[in-house]
Design a protein around this ligand. Structure first.
Ligand SMILES: NC(=O)c1ccc[n+]([C@@H]2O[C@H](COP(=O)([O-])OP(=O)(O)OC[C@H]3O[C@@H](n4cnc5c(N)ncnc54)[C@H](O)[C@@H]3O)[C@@H](O)[C@H]2O)c1
Ligand SMILES: O=C(O)C[C@H](O)C(=O)O
Length: 316
């Protein structure tokens, strides 16, 4: 791909911060898009970001818009449109509102950027990616979601904090849906090449696993007005980079799994190779019985959420 055109739909906390990380890494030219009711806000954020470029030394053109004409023929579209949760809410409580929003965004993306690779970020993530797939009709390799890079980053951060080591040396994997049932994988976690269970007692490891699962809620309870955005936006920018630079990274992606892992046509977090074509391969691991049970439990939570969404959408 030459100089990539990246549209970020939703110029709120996650969207604007994602534009920031993408611009700073010179991943391409960026269109920051929001609804007409947002007025000049996307233009203001885009211009502000542009004015940081001489200081930070990046050459990305960033424009704000409320009209999809500006985003026509994007190579990558990131969907962050939708409401975030507040304390006391689960991500699933956002289903009815965000399914409508993501559906309407997906219609516009289909009409204006028919060849784009679409990364969905809006919550509840796994159902929202399914909605984007249903509405765009794009091949599943071009429609997927960001969750696992973030959840794994949280898990890696907590491990590095506990061990007092560099986060760069903590390598890990987390699978399953982006909900309370997500599955951190100690069997695929190592620090400087050393399996985690050789470094950390089981009770400490399990406490970190649980903190990673609750990582989103922990930030919500601290912020009080919305949910996390720095780490989610950085995670999304890493996925954009893998695509526009054709990096072939193996990272956890909310990818469409049919035969893979026996999921049967739903989005769920799995390790995948991400490159210029989108999800180029889903990596199938043999899961140990405990991980398999946790993964299956997580997949059933995704399935029942999608069933609720389909019912809601059929009545809309
Ligand atoms: N997958 C993840 O890991 C992850 C992480 C963080 C947040 N999220 C989700 O991302 C979403 C956005 O979070 P946020 O903190 O940026 O919220 P926010 O309220 O700061 O921003 C959301 C933006 O979406 C815009 N919007 C609403 N409807 C739209 C439409 N139809 N078209 C275009 N834009 C529209 C709003 O005007 C607003 O500017 C939430 O659903 C949140 O739960 C997901
Ligand atoms: O927790 C949330 O609602 C936002 C996001 O999914 C997160 O994990 O930070």
């Amino acid at each position: 791909m030459g100089r990539a055109k990246i549209t970020i739909v939703g110029a709120g906390n996650v969207g604007a911060t994602c534009a920031h990380w993408c611009a700073a890494a010179e991943l391409g030219d960026i269109v920051l898009l929001d609804i007409p009711a947002a007025g000049d806000m996307p233009k203001g954020k885009a211009l502000d970001l542009m004015q940081s470029s001489p200081i930070m030394g990046f050459d990305s053109n960033i424009v704000g818009a409320t009209d999809y004409a500006a985003s026509a023929n994007s190579d990558v579209v990131v969907i962050t449109a939708g409401i975030p949760r507040k304390p006391g809410m689960s991500r699933d409580d956002l289903l009815a509102t965000n399914a409508k929003i993501v559906g309407s965004v997906a219609e516009q993306v289909k009409a204006t950027s028919p060849n784009a690779i679409v990364i969905v970020v809006s919550n509840p993530l796994d159902a929202m990616v399914q909605r984007a797939l249903q509405v765009t009709g794009f091949p599943p390799a071009r429609v997927f979601g960001q969750a696992g890079v973030l959840d794994t980053a949280r898990y890696r951060t907590f491990l590095a904090m506990e061990l007092g080591v560099s986060v760069e040396d903590v390598s890990a994997l987390l699978m399953g849906g982006h909900g309370d049932t997500m599955v951190p994988m100690p069997s695929c976690t190592s620090v400087g090449g050393i399996p985690i269970r050789r470094l950390l007692a089981e009770d400490k490891l399990q406490a970190i696993v649980q903190r990673a699962r609750d990582g989103g809620a922990e930030i919500v309870s601290l912020l009080k007005t919305g949910s996390a955005y720095y780490a989610p936006a950085a995670a999304t920018a890493q996925m954009v980079e893998a695509i526009v630079r054709d990096k072939k990274r193996i990272i956890p992606v909310a990818a469409y799994c049919d035969k893979e892992y026996g999921v049967g046509g739903y989005y769920v977090g799995v390790p995948a190779i991400l490159g210029a074509k989108g999800v180029e391969k889903i990596v199938e691991l043999e899961l140990d019985p405990e991980e398999r049970k946790a993964f299956d439990h997580s997949v059933s939570a995704v399935k029942s959420l999608v069933a609720t969404m389909n019912e809601l959408m059929s009545k809309a």
